[in-house]
Design a protein around this ligand. Structure first.
Ligand SMILES: Cc1ncc(C[n+]2csc(CCOP(=O)(O)OP(=O)(O)O)c2C)c(N)n1
Length: 661
């Protein structure tokens, strides 16, 4: 039976819900959903492969609303197509505390939201990672199990952001033909028309990056449908430029920035209802229109069932591996491999840089952890991220597990978020610690979204030497520690480096930073431990009874602390040394454990070759904090440590003087 409901009526349901929710909240962005409603209707009723009854179906198409401020668009779509959430009550509570319909879409609130968006441009770059994951898994498992697309709705803002350059370039280079971006070409942003700030030819920009570009009237369902058909047929990634009108339907605000980010007001909403021929009460979708949407939401059920049958028929080992990856369980063999590697280090100690130690871990673990996908922002040989046997992921070989991201830190980080969110992938990627600033917001988004992404950030102090202050991180460790739900590890030697990798791989809902040295470090851990000592965040590296002083240090400064303790011992000062591998883990330990590691009875002093800001937390007001509160300098490493007062004699003298005060 053919539905009497027109696509425009279906689109108007989105428009009405967007207007009503923003009106009720008296905050939000009605213009974008109203402008893109027809295009979204074409996508969701004709092209997107999904089954609203199971938001977690592994072979579903991924949909990313990169223009996250238009969140009512995705909330309306999820409700209308029949996802378990949001309910209409949730939508009525749009932007209220406790509603899953948050101001911007959040992946941890709604199963149908693939990624948290709001920081413009990042959704698009995250989608590139999803498209990479899809092609990789397709190469591993074949069309029968992995065969889906990634769709994006992006606005002018997303495409103005610099990260779009990185994302578009990478997608074009890797010929990610299953990535399709619908651009809401409404030529309006907050300050007014986009002509205020840009004259760029967006279509040419995408074409130059190797994309297929198709333009259509974004308010015409049939035209968008045809453009989406063309996009799917082209082997390149596609930009579908949808010419739209922001706030379509609003009598005076349509086409103006007045429709962008505020409630339209009762009079304007009434005018829009009249113009759109929508006479249902607020938050009410007429039965026939809702039924048509629910049909669209069930469209994929047949595909889903056929896929499930193929998975059930797959070889037992393949199916078990596939399902374990979907569940996000790293193979037990990966942890066994790390344990074996640590035993090897205890047997044959290695005085090597922690970046090199990290490479040895990767060599050991990646063969047993097929989900691990590495990469670097053009610093492969410095970050030591390419494990033995890892081959490049290229347009000609999607089975490869190593990505050459180019000099695109932000794009790399966002793409890694996309791979992790896609599922079945555990991405890690490298750059210098100092350039974490370039990708900081994506690291923040990893933490907010609870993705298992591992950042391998090398050259973690002035210890990198001659490259000088532009390359020497000073405030970075502390500023990364300030990001909630991010584990920042700074291992002191090769054993701790292996322990930190094990912790990062095992942590399902938290990203990790591994801050690693350029310079060689002596191996301090020389006896086997019965457990992963780094898991507690901090532990005694040198234990003394009833200490006068305990030095808490991190990474490359732990062996310096040990040297200080030796000098103090010669002076009859009882000095313990604590390796603080991870603040987050240490602070999560019991008060008893923490007090045992850093006893109140002792003078606590810190050593870290970075800002001293923050160390008061452990040293109190009386303790000494050894660090660097200026930029670094260019010179050989030994001269630099001496210049900044970070030598054993200098520190021991200050601690001695303090004790004698
Ligand atoms: C990185 C970042 N910078 C700034 C903002 C604030 N902001 C939200 S929407 C917007 C304008 C976006 O314009 P456009 O993409 O054209 O959206 P439309 O006006 O069509 O809704 C800005 C600047 C943001 N969300 N993210």
């Amino acid at each position: 039976m053919s539905s009497p409901v027109s696509p425009r009526q279906m689109a108007n349901a989105i428009r009405a819900l967007a207007m009503d929710a923003v009106e009720a909240a008296n905050s939000g962005h009605p213009g974008m959903p109203m402008g893109m409603a027809d295009a979204a209707t074409a996508l969701f009723t004709r092209h997107l492969k999904f089954d609203a009854s199971d938001a977690t179906w592994a072979d579903r198409d991924r949909f990313v609303l990169s223009a996250g401020h238009g969140s009512m668009l995705i909330y309306a779509l999820l409700y209308l197509t029949g996802y378990a959430a949001p309910t209409i009550a949730d939508i009525r509570n749009f932007r209220q505390l406790g509603s899953p319909c948050a101001g911007h879409p959040e992946n941890f609130e709604l199963a149908g939201v693939e990624t948290t968006t709001g920081p413009l441009g990042q959704g698009l770059a995250t989608a590139v990672g999803m498209a990479i994951a899809e092609r990789h898994l397709n190469a591993v498992y074949g069309d029968a199990l992995v065969d889906h697309r990634t769709w994006v709705i992006a606005g002018d803002g997303c495409l103005m952001e610099g990260i779009s350059h990185e994302a578009i370039g990478l997608a074009g280079h890797l010929r990610l033909g299953r990535l399709n971006v619908l651009w809401d070409d409404n030529r309006i942003s907050i300050d007014g028309p986009t002509s205020l700030s840009t004259s760029e030819d967006t279509a040419l920009r995408f074409a130059a990056a190797g994309w297929h570009v198709v333009a259509c009237d974004g308010l015409d369902f049939a035209a968008v449908d045809a453009a989406l058909i063309a996009a799917k047929a082209d082997p390149r990634p596609s930009l579908i430029a949808c010419r739209t009108t922001i706030g379509f339907g609003a009598p005076t605000k349509a086409g103006t920035s007045g429709a962008h980010g505020a409630a339209l007001g009762a009079k304007e909403v009434a005018g829009a209802r009249a113009a759109l021929d929508w006479d249902a009460a607020p938050f009410v979708v007429p039965d026939a229109i809702l039924a048509a949407w629910r049909d669209a939401g069930a469209r994929g059920a047949g595909d889903h069932a056929a896929w499930a049958a193929r998975l059930a028929a797959a070889d037992d080992t393949v199916r078990a591996g596939f399902e374990a990856r979907v569940a996000g369980h790293p193979p037990a063999a990966a942890f066994t491999a790390i344990d074996r590697h640590i035993a090897g280090l205890i047997a044959t100690p290695q005085n090597i840089a922690s970046r090199k130690a990290s490479e040895l871990v990767l060599d050991a673990v990646t063969p047993d952890a097929p989900g691990m996908i590495g990469g670097s922002a053009d610093l492969t040989g410095s970050n030591n991220t390419k494990a033995k046997g890892m081959t490049p992921f290229t347009a000609d070989d999607y089975a490869g597990r190593y990505l050459y991201y180019g000099i695109c830190e932000f794009g790399m980080a966002a793409a890694m978020n996309g791979m992790a969110l896609h599922g079945q992938c555990l991405p890690f990627g490298g750059t210098f610690l100092v350039f974490s600033d370039y990708m900081r917001n994506a690291i923040r988004m990893s933490a907010l979204q609870r993705t298992r992404v591992i950042y391998v950030l090398t050259h973690d102090s002035i210890g990198l030497g001659e490259d000088g202050p532009t390359h020497q991180p000073i405030e970075h460790l502390m500023s990364l520690r300030a990001i909630p739900n991010l584990a920042v590890y700074r291992p002191a030697d090769a054993v701790e480096t292996a322990e930190c990798w094990a912790l990062a791989i095992a942590d399902p809902t938290r990203p990790s930073v591994l801050a690693l040295s350029r310079q060689n470090l002596p191996q301090l851990r020389l006896t086997p431990a019965s457990e992963n000592l780094s898991a507690k965040g901090a532990y005694a590296m040198r234990e003394v009874a009833d200490p006068d002083v305990v030095i808490v240090a991190t990474g490359s400064e732990v062996h310096l602390a040990v040297a200080v303790a030796d000098l103090l011992a010669a002076d009859a000062v009882r000095c313990g040394v604590v390796s603080l591998v991870s603040w987050e883990r240490y602070c999560a330990m019991s008060a008893d454990y923490r007090a045992n590691v850093l006893p109140r009875s002792a003078l606590i002093c810190s050593i870290e070759a970075g800002v001293t800001l923050g160390w008061e937390r452990f040293t109190g007001r009386d303790g000494l904090r050894f660090g660097i509160d200026t930029f670094g300098a260019s010179g050989p490493i030994d001269q630099l440590y001496a210049h900044f007062g970070l030598t054993a004699p200098a520190i021991a003298a200050k601690i001695s003087a303090k004790i004698k005060e």
